[in-house]
Design a protein around this ligand. Sequence first.
Ligand code: GP9
Ligand code: MN
Length: 631
Amino acid sequence: MKSIKWPKHSILLIAIIATWIKTAITYHTSFEIDIENGMQEFILILNPLSFLLFAYGISLFFNSPKIRNSYLVFVSLLLSIVLYANVAFYRFYNDFITLPVLFQTDNVGQLGSSISEIVNWYDFLFFIDVVILIIAMIFIPKMEGKVAIRKNVRRAYFVVALAITFLNLGLAETERPQLLTRSFDREILVKNIGTYNYHLYDFYIQSKSSAQRALADGSELVEIDNYVQANQATVNEEMFGKYAGRNVIVVQLESLQNFVINKDMNGEVVTPFLNSLTKDKDTYYFSDFYHQTGLGKTSDAEFVVENSLFGLGRGAVFFTHGGNTYNSMAESLGNNGYFTNVMHSNNDSFWNRDMMYDSLNIDKFYDINSYTVNDENSVNWGLKDIPFFEQSVNLMTEMPQPFYSRLITLTNHYPFNLEEEDQMIPEYTSNSGTLNRYFQTVRYLDESIKVLFEELKEKGLYENSIIVMYGDHYGISENHNKAMSMYLEKDEITAYDSALLQSVPLFIHIPGSGDGKEVTETAGQIDLRPTILHLLGIDTTNDMQLGADLFSDEHEEFVIFRDGRFVTDELVYAGETCYERTTGEETDMAACQPYIDRAQVELDYSDKIINGDLLRFYDEKTGNLIKNAVH
Ligand code: GP9
Ligand code: MN
């Protein structure tokens, strides 16, 4: 038989192609990855390649063909193990492996005990590329002798690898802006950068945070504790415990900003129901209330509200510090006999909620699997808000009382798509399709809240509850300033305006209170934890929180944004400029400086608590430091 003349790097090529194809097939057969368009499919198929080119390409640095081949087999075996481990994990948890989960022994234990459900007879196919590679090595003669690989071959090879990596990242960035800085979902990461790169990224994130954690010993808390104690606002005696024992329903309203409340759009009322609440005798409407979120968006809002701490300046704390010890509002309510839960119709891995909710001591997460979701009742990101509220209230009827339910809406989410049947007002008319549609989805959100109230009344859950609702973060970014200036009838949107546009509405609706009013106190999401707990009569004097009770006379009119901007009743600091609050005129920086400094101090303290996982050294029951925290 005539022997074939194999090109020089055939084995390397076979290794890359075999693993690439196997990985692509695995994506389609073993994981449920949602593909919405041709570009996403292309990215998915492309994404293992850049990593494989690098991982296998290192073999080009070895001169000995034998070492080269052993290295290739080693890499293909290792990658097969990684991929297969993910497949097995996914079969059980419907999620990709992340390092902290791997170190949570009960997870691995659960996996072990159900091994028969997880392993299939055909699983050897996940190692097929290793087999192909070994066969190729047997049949294809080794390159002659110990020839060093020419430098320019190597260089050309890595230039191609780099180009493919950038192509991959570039396409991913257009599909999912800020993919790596926000890191919202493992599925989206895998979909865009591939499993192997995802693990490298995960490793990087986790090792960075474990280093900071390892260096902390709790002594850092002394200074922070002093600050927190010194700045505590004394409770409003009249309000403290006034609604003890009531159910708590917290509704986080997706992308709802305050600029639509009590406003028209081309003659149409945008939020009729919420407008009626602003004048309702049982509702406190906070009209100068702000979101304090960073890149973690929805998840940051959840974090700030649960912990009365800030999210992080980079990334989403839900993702980077999902395994920390926290003293959340849910934990506090749980300790006081509440059944605590979150209701949100999305995958439990989104924003790493599955893991974070364990750390926040939330008893149950009613995720997408608790809801009936089909083509008819979903739009945009999933289940529409009206059926979401209807189904949620149904679920509430089964809950032990008192309960604390935190509901997260979804329809009013970028890109603000809505079916015609749900469009109750026409689009706005500006150069921004986003802003134009926003009014329609906000109108729908408003309608859904009305439905929530009706359902609660119908199911007998209304009277005995307090309902707290607030916008999670902005919906209209600064990219739409031109259209916004048109709507707001302003010449331009300055840094001052942008800061004030971060205002989101807050409603504290207490059936039967009779004391409702508009409250113009400048405040933020960080204040909700103490406010809610105090209404229920739960003491927070020992809690490591940075916010203050909104009903306290000592609540300070000073709200700090995650990026260091701030708003008070007299000043606005934004774009490195100090503005007079009432006029929007620039004013002397000296007026802002003390607040700038304090904002920095508070943001730093919050970062220290999170990065050092300091609450593991803190006993909130006694307010004492735990000297020898074991974990
Ligand atoms: C996803 C939803 C949206 O579950 O909460 O998150 P966002 O993109 O607004 O941060
Ligand atoms: Mn959101």
